[in-house]
Design a protein around this ligand. Structure first.
Ligand SMILES: *Cc1c(COP(=O)(O)O)cnc(C)c1O
Length: 415
């Protein structure tokens, strides 16, 4: 995780002592470094400066309004996957003509909302969706055709966790390459859609770029074949997926990616669209939690903290590794399981890991949890979701208050 350092024996993020955050917002609380997020966005934007391009932040990684606003102010677009994310993106101040809409199961309502907002592109994932989009766009009579890209499933192995791989034929995503020419011809014939682009997204947490380069090579070949067929596309959207360091990974970053794919994209004359999520926010966030109990059952030692799998599900869901750092600098290590309070054996943050020796009341930071952390949080076990704070230099502000018990029952009826 970025922008963390011990100063005077206590952990800081940028200029803020993490004890101060616990005092301000309680625990568990997600904290984010604005500087890290901005730096990542700008690194991505700069890497592709040699090509016409647009960086569309994948909101599903972290859709907090304040983070979105920070990115919107710097010209980011958004990659959305639902009507709710469209609503959030517009609240953040992201320009509608910088929003692209992905997902295999868009509903009629969601499509209509995005058409009315005037988004940049619909990434269409099936023939059925193409026909539905044409029909809806015609019925709404907005006086313009729905801008679309077809999502190609390039059938490459992204070499990542199977739950976050997408670009192989055994997964539900995208359209097989063989069907692509026919569907573009269909799109050209339909009166209310306008084929403008082509899209792919092969998976997430890709630490090597080679599978992306392989898929881009296939896409560029398709773009050239379509052009020979009389269809000149304007956008090539390569999705997101760039990996980050959770532990000892050495991910290839945007500069390497740009160097590898720039020469492939440039001759097409297309504008490049990018959809990074994890890369922008993953290493800029962490989950601050307090130790409740330390228990030794004779076989194992457990550190029980006040955050649970409902707050951060990645370890349970993907067996993901998150570094765990003590807020008070500590030399002594103990091999323990770090677990939450939820009634599930899958509720853990670390198994048999040497972590700092701690006592009840001590604070721990579960690091690099800025992506798919709060975004995947739930109210399981009737636990209010945590607060979120945004750090900028020496200042910290609450950008989402902790949920209350009243929040838990909003909308329910007793009889
Ligand atoms: C999830 C997703 C992304 C973002 O993936 P990251 O690995 O977070 O960069 C981008 N595009 C699509 C279509 C997605 O589903």
């Amino acid at each position: 995780m970025e922008n963390l350092a011990y100063v005077g024996g206590y952990l800081r993020c940028e200029g803020v002592d993490l004890r101060q955050i616990a005092e301000l917002a309680g625990t568990p609380t997600y904290l984010y470094s604005q500087q890290s997020i901005v730096k990542r966005f700008e690194a991505m934007d700069r890497a592709f400066a040699g090509l016409p391009h647009l960086v569309c932040f994948a909101l599903k990684a972290n859709s907090n309004l304040a983070i979105g606003r920070v990115l919107a102010e710097r010209g980011a677009g958004a990659d959305i996957v639902s009507g709710g994310e469209l609503y959030r993106a517009l609240k953040m101040g992201i320009r509608p003509d910088r929003i692209i809409f992905a997902g295999v199961g868009k509903t009629a309502r969601e499509i209509a909302e995005a058409l009315e907002a005037g988004i940049l592109l619909f990434n269409v994932e099936s023939e059925g969706e193409l026909l539905a989009l044409d029909e809806l766009a015609g019925r709404l009579g907005l006086g313009k055709r729905a801008p679309i890209a077809l999502r190609v499933n390039p059938d490459v192995d992204p070499q990542t966790h199977p739950y976050i791989a997408t670009g192989m034929k055994k997964y539900k995503f995208g359209i097989a390459g063989e069907q692509i020419p026919r569907l573009y011809r269909l799109a050209q014939e339909l009166p209310n859609v306008e084929p403008l682009g082509i899209q792919m997204h092969i998976g997430s947490q890709l630490v090597r770029i080679q599978p992306i380069v392989e898929a881009v090579t296939k896409i560029v070949r398709l773009v050239e074949a379509l052009r020979a067929d009389g269809l000149a596309l304007r956008y090539i959207d390569i999705g997101g997926g760039l990996g980050i360091a959770y532990r000892d990974e050495t991910p290839e970053g945007p500069a390497r990616l740009a160097a590898a794919i720039g020469p492939l994209i440039q001759p097409t004359g297309c504008t490049l669209l990018l959809e990074p999520g994890r890369f922008i926010v993953g290493n800029g966030g962490g989950l601050l939690t307090r130790v409740l109990y330390v228990k030794d059952n004779g076989v194992k030692k457990f550190v029980i903290v006040d955050a649970g799998m409902n707050d951060l599900i990645r370890p349970s869901l993907y067996d993901a590794y998150h570094e765990i750092r003590p807020v008070r600098e500590t030399e002594a290590r103990e091999t323990v399981d770090v677990v939450g309070p939820i009634c599930e054996s899958g509720d853990f943050f670390a198994h048999d890991r040497p972590v700092a020796a701690v006592n009840p009341g001590d604070l721990l930071l579960i690091a690099s949890a800025g992506a798919y952390g709060f975004a995947m949080a739930s109210n399981y076990n009737a636990r209010p979701r945590p607060a979120e704070v945004l750090i900028a230099g020496d200042s910290v502000r609450i950008v989402r208050r902790r949920e209350t018990y009243e929040d838990l029952i909003r909308g329910e009826e007793l009889s």
